[in-house]
Design a protein around this ligand. Structure first.
Ligand SMILES: [Zn+2]
Ligand SMILES: [Zn+2]
Ligand SMILES: [Zn+2]
Length: 201
């Protein structure tokens, strides 16, 4: 699924409110497993990152887009190597980020959570837990999209059937007209022949 083209909404339709946690999780997945900027494919096992372009590239696209001599100086590393030093670290505590604060709409580390007053700790969710919960949410959303897709597909099939019927009706209609014209022709020809015979008599 491509995320680059945005579907335009019908007039008057409003977007649902932003889900900051979901946005953050999607960001994290995109950092860990970004799609190729050229073909949108995700292949974590063989992805590259060109620091000069600032873009992720799959193996074939890396070769295709960076073959020219002018690209030879681009700094391309394997994605896995880049990720090793890309893990998010809390700037205050130098610890790995593992929580999301719903009040701050921001990711924080375990020490950040510990520093918070107990009542606002409740608003901090473990990112791994949240990730799994949201994965389920996404699964459900995906299922309803599939449902919608099959409804649309059925509609399209029905439309096709109707169109096919219409086409057949048109063909029958054409044949009827053709036959009628043929009969007229035959009749006219017969009259003509009869008249010729009459004149010759
Ligand atoms: Zn690609
Ligand atoms: Zn490049
Ligand atoms: Zn911290």
């Amino acid at each position: 699924m491509s995320s680059k083209t945005q579907t335009t909404l019908k007039e008057g339709v409003q977007l649902p409110p932003p889900d900051y946690l979901m946005c953050k999780l999607i960001d994290m997945v995109n950092v860990e497993n970004p799609p190729c900027s050229n073909c949108d494919k995700r292949d974590p096992s063989s992805m590259y990152f060109c620091s000069t372009c600032g873009q992720a590239l799959c193996k074939p696209c890396r070769e295709n887009t960076h073959r020219a001599k002018m690209f030879s100086s681009h700094d391309i590393v394997q994605m896995s190597k880049r990720l090793a030093d890309k893990t998010e670290i809390c700037s205050k505590h130098d610890e790995k980020i593992s929580y999301f604060s719903s009040t701050q709409k921001h990711v924080i580390c375990t020490s950040c959570v510990r520093e918070k007053p107990p009542e606002s700790r409740k608003a901090c969710v473990d990112i791994d837990v949240a990730y799994n919960q949201n994965l389920k949410k996404l699964d459900r959303a995906l299922l309803s999209v599939y449902d919608m897709q099959s409804t649309i597909r059925e509609g399209v099939v029905a439309c096709h059937t109707l169109l096919e019927e219409l086409r057949q009706n048109t063909d029958t209609e054409k044949l009827t007209i053709h036959n009628f014209v043929q009969t007229l022709h035959d009749a006219i020809n017969k009259i003509q022949t009869d008249m010729h015979l009459e004149v010759q008599r």
